[in-house]
Design a protein around this ligand. Sequence first.
Ligand SMILES: Nc1ncnc2c1ncn2[C@@H]1O[C@H](COP(=O)(O)OP(=O)(O)OP(=O)(O)O)[C@@H](O)[C@H]1O
Length: 335
Amino acid sequence: MTARGLVKVYPKRDRPAVDGVSFAVPRGEVFGLLGPNGAGKTTTIGVLTTRVVPTRGEARVGGVDLMRDGAQARRVLGVVSQHNNLDRGLSVHQNLVMHGLYHGLPRRERRRRADALLEEMGLADRAGDRVDHLSGGQQQRVKIARSLLHEPSVLFVDEPSTGLDPQSRLFVYDKLTELHERGVTVVITTHDMEEAARLCDRVGIMDRGRLIALDTPAALTASLPEGTHLDLAVDVGTVGARQLAKALAECPGVESVEQVEPASGGRTGTGTAGGSEEDDGAPTRFRLRTEADPTPVLAAVLQVIGGLGCEVRDVGVRRPSLEDVFIGLTGRGIR
Ligand SMILES: Nc1ncnc2c1ncn2[C@@H]1O[C@H](COP(=O)(O)OP(=O)(O)OP(=O)(O)O)[C@@H](O)[C@H]1O
């Protein structure tokens, strides 16, 4: 699959949604497209699956030129959309068979493939049920089964595991890995960095319509400064976040101290923390970076916190992750 110079300008929009995106995904690779909300991922996938007409650019999927032969391209690509676009009035089996009919498969062949895929997806006993009687995780499996019925060589999966419980998520991961092993090219979009790091051979990070990084998760993570993160949640009490951050920054081996938001992991300050102090009883979170052996650094940090009369509520020691790469490249601002 290749995209070259893709541009999409939606009517009445002054900025392109996709602004000159080029990348190639070799056969059999699992490729992840990452990016904050509005980065242009869905539009890019829309172009690559013939649902969005690009303003400029070229693309080939499974060797077929999308702009010249959209109908043939639709035969070699499969799409698992994030939206539930199953036909709710039909049974699980009928949903698959209808897809086979759309792709011109003979009657016996579409039934044979539908049976085999439902078996493979652990849904054989639900074949006759209406899809709206299935759970969200089961419906996602039906969508994957349906997308594979015409045996595509490139499968596009939008947010593979959003809304799934851990069991369904692992099942979907296993299926995507199996497809990869069978030589099917898989392109996913995701906001889940752990998912991307786990599933993808390479990831592309988009922001504001452009592809700003493309490499293996390991290479992207290795591009970050060496070191270890110490994540701390502290009841700062009357000492306050600013004073504690200053004291932490002076600990031997500590390179930087940031105050981070609890849920998003987005920083509220850089270098030495200076954000507002917590007043709702929740602990204040800090991220420290060290290039030294983290054990003695952590010991010194805990001593400083204890010495100031603050209380540690949670401690984490970890290597920088793909999420750190993502935040480093795309920033902290909400889109
Ligand atoms: N049909 C449309 N008409 C006009 N503008 C659109 C349309 N679809 C998307 N956009 C705009 O194009 C930009 C890119 O949107 P797109 O949905 O491709 O991003 P995304 O990376 O998939 O975001 P998300 O992670 O939120 O799904 C956004 O500014 C969006 O508002």
